[in-house]
Design a binder for this molecule. Structure first.
Ligand code: FES
Length: 106
């Protein structure tokens, strides 16, 4: 599915992320700025924090209690639409999804 990453200060990029690949990995492998992903996708660092398009947030796979707790440790404030992008594995329903990266990740 095509996912659009909107950076706080650097425009937006749309990437075709393969099914089964995380929104974080789709960004990192395509040089999309704004996602640090220090822990490599293990839900341990919270530097892959994104704000999901509010219209799509409710349709995403639910977060685990662990992700929920980690979202309380992000560098930029948590919002209603915050997720850890490493915990969002792309499937066909992600087509056209937009995520915004916070101003800083750590
Ligand atoms: Fe570390 Fe997502 S990459 S929490």
């Amino acid at each position: 599915p095509k996912i659009t990453y909107v950076a706080a200060d650097d425009g937006e990029r749309t990437v075709d992320v393969p099914v089964g690949t995380s929104v974080m990995r789709g960004a990192v492998s395509n040089g999309v700025p704004g996602i640090v992903a220090q822990c490599g996708g293990n839900a341990q660092c919270a530097t892959c924090h994104v704000y999901v398009d509010p219209d799509r947030y409710g349709a995403l796979p639910p977060m685990s209690d662990h992700e929920d707790a980690m979202l309380d440790t992000t560098a930029c404030p948590r919002r209603e639409t915050s997720r850890l992008s490493c915990q969002l594995k792309a499937d066909a329903d992600f087509e056209g999804l937009t995520v915004t990266t916070p101003e800083r990740q750590r």
